[in-house]
Write a new protein. Structure first.
Length: 1005
DNA sequence: CATTGAAGGTTTTTT
DNA sequence: ACCTTCAATG
């Protein structure tokens, strides 16, 4: 395919230019050698960077293998490659040297490490390894240092790079301090020695050694034409050095960043690197991007009020291109569990009342720390909402996986004392800590590895001083040493045509250890789960083998005058990959196609975006975190979280947080406290006008009101009223006061019987099953109007005295007694309320933030709907609905945003219903096109192309992420998605459901 | 000296 | 709820 280009390269970069605004284009095409783009969130920095890569490769014809693109996370790297891949043909994106700083360094070291005396088979010491090594050193040398602190000291020191100076240790301080730093120094020395003996590099060493390599052998990078760096504000000293060295030949550097989004200070990121760049490269072309394409104005303004609390920050211009949109919400709840339940209820409400314009895939829950995910995961699991967890616990860090990995590491590199020490008694072989420690000591003293000591001892060459019992010795010899040697032999002796593969190695280890038995014995309760994890690991290894053979080659191009080492064996690569991957990523299709809510740490969410973002646990101690001493960084973290949202942003805060012991009272985050009045106190309502603006911002087609209401379950409340707005208010048990206010009168809310019984606890343990309860279908589609919706709603309310077995409304998964009294408040609307409203009532209400005094009295917007559409003519609801119905409305999906951004409004829609979208929905699939876009006038969005009616507001629950809650979740009677239980292999499907594994692939909508 | 059970202190963020 | 540490037992 590469031989016959389908399109001329030029065309690709030219069409790419169309997606850029003026400033972006200037940045992309700049012929300055150093280009620095500093701009706020959502201004298209990443888009610009990827476009510049395309420009360099396509228009300027740089060889892709001579272009280096560095990112900070594996996810960002993948995302970037995918994005570039869309714009560059012929697989050129796969040839780019693209990855995290660490993975790029690893590649250079693997290829040229020999030139600086590095053994090619070096392993990578992960955090656990480093900590273990250091605590042993501290103990042995009787240093009174905390291993964790020592680790961070060492890491900081390495991260400083060339900027490190001994003065950092403090010159002539008090004797004690000097002792202290000497202790650190000793520790550091010992640590490095130990790593070297084990042929290990820690994460920082990868960078340090790569810098060394590039300094001593500039030839390695003599081919490099350009270096591009994303999220530059997160670079640390050594990475800066590395950047310069990588670009030393042509000094062509492009960086993108935003000081306000610097959230890796704790990893020694230095914002000062920006200054440094300008000092070192005075000719740098500095470009700022000032338009925010991501968020509604309301979200952006709110986020800015947070970041502006930081007075030291350098102020930038950031203009929203979108409408004001919906006000963010700051919700108070009683407990963390309520908070999670509330999020679930909002997720459902958004999906239902947006008529599926926004689904699970569009929503993210962003957390300060991974531990906070507990409650959220429990609530999502209970509600049967699929989710993926990003950040936090890692698949490769599970105990059973680590054991297996350690075996692989020992096979790969037996001199890795730490790995060997960890598995020497796993499964139990009767050798305990004391003996192992003594053996390690002995090995260290005779400066050989534990492995060789053991070998010699077992062969009888040299009896270890440490006493080893006969039986123990036999077991170690027979089970462990034999296993390792045998597998090593098989790997070596294997014929080319029938290689002993990675999976074969794993299988052999599993069988010879009777790993399943080991798991059964060790983890009585959840050994099945653990075994499933192992199986998953096997699959990952398999994927890796194939992937490694097939798509991207991570080889560096040959350069003149410097010899590259031969390609390392697959085990080396696999282990490196495991260490450097933030988490496993699988290529499964099931998960890709399943719409899922994203649960992520804020750190891991950087650079991504979602239509809807929840930020729970916004309390003192969480944000800012109690253990952080950099308040500004914590604030920036919140800012990053807030600016991920496109149309809806929710922050929330419980009164009581669930900490380990019990519950503790917490206060609202000090970042939000002063600006709390800007937020709505409960979630917004979804009037058509408001939806229209959301649709416009997202570039999606808004479903008709009819289709929305057709699919609503009976009696579902349109409001955020499942939890009391004021959690401090006394709760009335048993009776539930109506929240249905009467929009036609200015009177306070009337009491009216609820549409459906809420006293039954029908909803308590049961999942809300959509589709089962949806309302009467209207017959006269063509004449369907707002007025008829009113009737419909009324009719629904009359019918709605459902049998007690039917959960008539969504009830939070908590006990029904928890439901308290709610009063209608600002922002609340009713089904009938907002349908009655017609466009003539629309005022420009949300164009300005309410003042604080506005908020004290009931806001009038229970009657006056919010956002105004900035188009000349007021939409007539009747015209709207019928006109719209002529078009086939496709099931809403995340549109390809680059394509969207590029397109101008379609003539069909332009002028007529501008309020729906400034750009047409996603391009029709071939199938859609065949059917004709105007074919189905009545189906609305509800008929998915698959022909299934009513895509569920909440899909059945796959439990794709697995923590300990997985078990709970299943016990809670979670329903399984029909689609997953394949008839031909239901056992496997079940297995899949249990799968703990979190796919990392996150689609940027 | 290894193993087992109970008590007690602990939870940031990532390569 | 989880891991490490400590004391008792085999
Ligand atoms: N010129 C443009 N026209 C329309 N949309 C754009 C344009 N440039 C970028 N966008 C859109 O704006 C959004 C944000 O882009 P991008 O992720 O590149 O921003 P960013 O500056 O990298 O954000 P962050 O700093 O938060 O990572 C994306 O959805 C992107 O498609």
């Amino acid at each position: 395919m590469a031989t016959t280009p389908m399109s001329t390269p030029r065309a690709e970069s030219l069409s790419m230019l169309d997606t850029l605004n003026h400033a972006q284009r200037r940045a992309v095409c700049s012929d300055a050698s150093t280009v620095a783009i500093m701009a706020g969130p959502g201004s298209g920095k990443t888009h610009t960077l990827t476009s510049r890569v395309v420009w360099l490769v396509d228009a300027l014809a740089y060889q892709p293998q001579n272009v280096i693109v560095a990112t900070f996370t594996v996810k960002a790297a993948r995302e970037m490659r995918a994005r570039i891949g869309k714009a560059l043909s012929h697989g050129r994106h796969n040839k780019l040297v693209l990855g995290t700083f660490h993975s790029i360094s690893r590649r250079y070291l693997a290829a040229y490490g020999a030139h600086i005396g590095l053994d090619q088979k070096f392993g990578i010491a992960d955090d656990g390894d480093s900590r273990a090594i250091l605590s042993r050193i501290c103990k042995r040398l009787q240093l009174s240092l905390d291993p964790v602190q020592a680790r961070s000291w060492i890491s900081k020191r390495k991260a400083k790079g060339s900027k490190w100076t001994p003065t950092l240790l403090g010159r002539q301080r008090s004797g004690e301090a000097a002792d202290f730093s000497r202790a650190y120094e000793t520790c550091y020395q010992e640590y490095q020695d130990h790593l070297q003996r084990s042929n290990l590099l820690d994460y920082d060493d990868l960078l340090v050694r790569c810098v060394e390599l590039l300094q001593k052998h500039p030839a390695c990078v003599s081919n490099v034409q350009a270096v591009l760096i994303d999220e530059y504000q997160d670079t640390n000293g050594i990475q800066y050095d590395l950047m310069r060295l990588l670009a030393q030949k042509h000094k062509r550097i492009t960086i993108v960043g935003d000081p306000d989004q610097s959230i890796y200070g704790w990893r020694s990121a230095e914002i000062a690197n920006l200054r440094r760049l300008f000092d070192d490269f005075p000719q740098t072309d500095q470009i700022s991007l000032e338009e925010n394409y991501r968020s509604s104005q309301a979200i952006l303004d709110t986020a800015l009020t947070v970041i502006q609390q930081d007075e030291k920050r350098y102020k930038k211009v950031l203009r929203p291109v979108h409408d004001r949109g919906t006000r963010p919400t700051l919700r108070r709840l009683k407990t963390s569990a309520d908070e999670a339940g509330w999020i679930v209820s909002e997720i459902r409400r958004i999906q239902m009342f947006s008529g599926n314009m926004m689904g699970p895939e569009d929503m993210a829950i962003l957390l300060r720390s991974a531990a906070l995910s507990r409650q959220v995961e429990a609530a999502l699991g209970k509600a049967g909402i699929a989710y993926r967890m990003i950040g936090g616990f890692k698949f490769y860090e599970r105990a059973e996986i680590k054991v297996l990995l350690d075996y692989l590491r020992v096979i790969h590199q037996p001199d890795n004392n730490d790995a060997l020490a960890r598995i020497i008694n796993v499964p139990k072989r009767g050798i305990g800590d004391t003996t192992v420690k003594a053996l390690l000591e002995e090995a260290e003293q005779s400066s050989e590895s534990l492995w060789s000591l053991l070998i010699k001892h077992c062969r009888g060459d040299r009896i270890a001083k440490t006493n080893i019992k006969r039986t123990v010795e036999q077991r170690i010899n027979g089970e462990l040493i034999r296993l390792v040697l045998d597998i090593q032999k098989k790997i070596r002796q294997t014929p080319e045509n029938a290689p002993f593969t990675l999976v074969d190695i794993i299988d052999e280890v599993l069988t010879r250890l009777s790993f399943d038995k080991y798991l059964r014995d060790t983890y009585r309760d959840d050994h099945e789960q653990r075994w499933a994890n192992i199986q998953e690991f096997r699959l990952l290894a398999n994927d890796f083998m194939r992937g490694n053979a097939a798509d991207l080659d991570d080889e560096l191009p040959q350069v003149d005058g410097l010899e590259q080492a031969e390609e390392a064996d697959i085990l080396t690569k696999f282990l490196a990959n495991v260490s450097l991957a933030s988490d496993a990523q699988n290529k499964g299709q099931d998960q890709e196609s399943m719409p899922m809510v994203t649960v992520s740490t804020i750190h891991a969410a950087k650079g991504l975006e979602w239509p809807v973002v929840f930020i729970p646990a916004a309390y003192q101690g969480s944000i800012p975190h109690m253990r952080s001493d950099d308040t500004d960084e914590e604030r920036r973290l919140l800012y990053v979280a807030m600016t991920r949202a496109k149309v809806l942003m929710y922050a929330s805060c419980p009164l009581l947080s669930t900490s380990y012991g019990g519950q503790a009272e917490v206060e609202l985050s000090s970042f939000l406290e002063p600006v709390a009045h800007i937020f709505g106190r409960i979630g917004p309502s979804f009037e058509p006008q408001r939806l229209a603006i959301m649709g416009k911002i997202l570039g999606r087609q808004v479903p008709t009101q009819k289709s929305i209401f057709d699919s609503l379950p009976i009696g579902v409340s349109p409001n955020d009223d499942l939890y009391p707005e004021d959690p401090t208010a006394a709760q009335v048990m048993g009776t539930v006061k109506s929240h249905w206010n009467d929009p036609s009168s200015g009177m306070p809310p009337q009491k009216r019987p609820r549409l459906v019984s809420t006293t039954s606890n029908a909803g308590a343990g049961e999942d809300f099953v959509p589709g089962k309860y949806y309302a009467t279908t209207m017959e006269q589609h063509a004449t369907f109007t707002m007025a008829s919706q009113l009737e419909f709603a009324a009719a629904a309310s009359h019918q709605a005295t459902p049998p007690m077995t039917e959960p008539g409304r969504i009830v939070p998964p908590t006990k029904s007694s928890k439901k308290g009294k709610t009063t209608a408040t600002a922002g609340q609307t009713t089904l009938t309320g907002f349908m009655q409203r017609n466009s003539t009532e629309i005022k420009t209400e949300e164009t300005a933030f309410p003042t604080q005094s506005d908020l004290r009295r009931p806001r009038p917007d229970a009657r006056i709907p919010g956002p105004l559409i900035e188009c000349g003519k007021k939409p007539d609801p009747l015209t709207l609905n019928t006109e719209l119905a002529r078009h086939k409305i496709e099931p809403v999906r995340a549109a390809k945003r680059m394509a969207q951004a590029a397109r101008s409004p379609s003539p069909t829609y332009a002028g007529k219903y501008v309020q729906f979208s400034s750009s047409p929905p996603r391009p029709p699939s071939p199938a859609d096109a065949a059917r004709g876009r105007t074919a189905d006038t009545t189906a609305g969005f509800q008929k998915s192309s698959a022909g299934k009616p009513h895509p569920a507001p909440t899909r059945a629950p796959p439990s794709l992420h697995n923590t300990t809650f997985n078990i709970q979740r299943q016990a809670a009677g979670v329903k399984r998605p029909a689609g997953l239980a394949r008839p031909h292999d239901s056992a496997a499907a079940l297995q899949k459901l249990r799968k703990p594994f979190r796919p990392l692939t996150m689609n940027r909508p």
